[in-house]
Design a protein around this ligand. Structure first.
Ligand SMILES: [Zn+2]
Length: 315
């Protein structure tokens, strides 16, 4: 997830709770662990008629001969993730997979090769929704549980979610529902007519392989080195292609206010991650949110972040 420029510190306080697991609370309340088991039956209604039907759920922009950006225009910016498809000679990569509200695999069928590896830059809900559609997934060991057994930690749905009313599909666990930046439905349209919200959940991925710092993901004609970039989350990874100076950074860095105070964020680690990125001979960063950027912008963003953290760039 990523904040847009308009999100202020007050919102951050609310966001802090976004990925705090409510699993124990829910179990204590006698709810099932599954998402929809948490929905109180008495609150259900049938009021989704105010939502438009999306013409297309996903959009795509071809960046170059190999790389395509896919995104979900009807998902609000806060959780609208960049999904990166890289065509490879031996296999393709799908770096992050969006919210999972509808099939990424179906949308991308015309660009997918026979073998596809789905990479999880980290397991926040907006990045892993369609991993279950791919036979081979990779993730850092520090976050493998979030891919294998998604919980409320990685889910869009809060206790007040009514599967028949998209307007209740708020980000979970927010205290301040009056802020328009976050207290909006997660989506501005339904994926298709008759879309059944009650079927929606983040599903467990299969064929999971763990990758760590220094591992190389070889797709035949290109090779990407795994960089462990903790801070935003403990198992955040980036994929680095030295030959072209291309970094796929996930949420470690993007061109917008970074989120550094989730329950599992770590500022010390985040600062070290930033210092590593400053040393990287980057030509282009394709990030988890917001537009791509070059090395000069990367350095600006890190400098701004260090100012926010009140640490010296040259420390
Ligand atoms: Zn994230």
């Amino acid at each position: 997830m990523a904040k847009t420029q308009t999100v202020d510190k007050k919102v951050l306080v609310n966001l802090k709770k976004l990925f705090t697991s409510r699993e124990n609370d829910l179990i204590n309340q006698g709810h099932e662990k599954t998402t929809l088991g948490t929905v109180p039956m008495g609150k259900r209604s049938n009021n989704d008629s105010s939502f438009q039907i999306a013409d297309t759920w996903f959009e795509k922009n071809q960046i170059d001969g190999d790389i395509t950006l896919i995104y979900e225009p009807h998902v609000v910016p806060l959780v609208r993730c960049n999904i990166w498809h890289i065509r490879g000679r031996d296999r393709d990569l799908m770096i992050d997979t969006g919210t999972g509200l509808t099939s990424l695999r179906t949308f991308a069928a015309d660009i997918l090769g026979a073998k596809v590896m789905a990479v999880a830059t980290h397991v926040h809900l907006d990045h892993i929704g369609c991993h279950h559609e791919f036979d081979h997934c990779v993730v850092h060991p520090d976050e493998v549980d979030g891919l294998r057994t998604p919980s409320m930690d990685t889910n869009l749905v809060g206790e007040t979610f009514d599967p028949h009313n998209l307007a209740t599909l708020y980000l979970p666990n927010l205290e301040d529902k009056t802020d328009p930046e976050i207290a909006t439905p997660m989506v501005t349209a339904l994926p298709y007519a008759g879309f059944d919200l009650s079927s929606y959940t983040i599903r467990p991925a299969k064929g999971i392989e763990c990758v760590s710092e220094g591992d190389v993901i070889d797709i035949g004609n290109r090779a990407f080195e795994v960089m462990h970039l903790p801070g935003h989350s403990p198992g955040s990874i980036g994929l680095w292609e030295a030959k072209t100076g291309t970094l796929f950074s996930g949420d470690a860095i993007y061109d917008g206010p970074l989120i550094d105070d989730l329950h599992h964020s770590n500022l010390t680690e985040y600062e070290a991650t930033m210092r590593r990125l400053l040393q990287l001979p980057v030509n282009v960063v394709h990030a988890g949110h917001e537009p791509s950027f070059n090395r000069a912008r990367l350095h600006e963003l890190i400098t701004e972040q260090f100012r926010t953290w009140d640490v010296a760039v040259g420390k």
